[in-house]
Design a protein around this ligand. Sequence first.
Ligand code: 5GP
Length: 217
Amino acid sequence: MSNAEIDRRGIMLVVSSPSGAGKTTLTRNLLEKEEDVVLSISVTTRPRRPSEIDGVHYQFIDQRKFDRMRDAGDLLEWATVHGNCYGTPKEPVDAALAAGKDVLFDIDWQGTQQLKSSALAPDVVTVFVLPPSAAELKARLERRAEDPPDVIIRRLRNAAEEIPHWTEYDYVLVNRDLEKSFLRLRSILQSERLKRVQPEDVQAFVDGLLADLQSVT
Ligand code: 5GP
């Protein structure tokens, strides 16, 4: 029996960063390489960007539907970011964790605080991704060519408000090199998984091991 065969609780892996720090590429790579990880797809009232697909990147909903979901308790956490509402639907997260999957969240520091102060906190692991420099952050947002210049300026101003929240996270990654940052993110997930094996499963394994030791001596 290997460690992988011992059951463990699912992890809620939160990755936050200012937009443009490389978080989306890092999380996309993690989803490709780690088959037991699923992405939590948020609902948002923000208009869809041309490259985005409804139901894949977000569920794009109107304010009325958002308010209804929030008031019905259907959101695990929610926040207003850059003037739009974002939230995590509860049901898919519950279903994924029940199916033994880890769930990846791309949410901001406000949502992270809510998860960290909820009953789910023991299984919440948080990572903050920092850009290597202000110039690189601006260049990445411009290269992405998804937002008009005034929105880019707003995102950079917001970055200055988001970055100080790194202290509230379990891990911080300065994303100088995408490959290295990815390896670090993957190591975080793997070590946190190892921390969460169920003691009773390990005990059952150890009982078998001890019995076998007796029979070979
Ligand atoms: P964007 O509009 O660039 O896709 O996202 C803006 C910010 O909203 C990002 O920092 C992203 O992490 C955050 N965000 C996306 N979905 C959620 C969510 O469901 N909850 C919270 N709290 N933040 C979210």
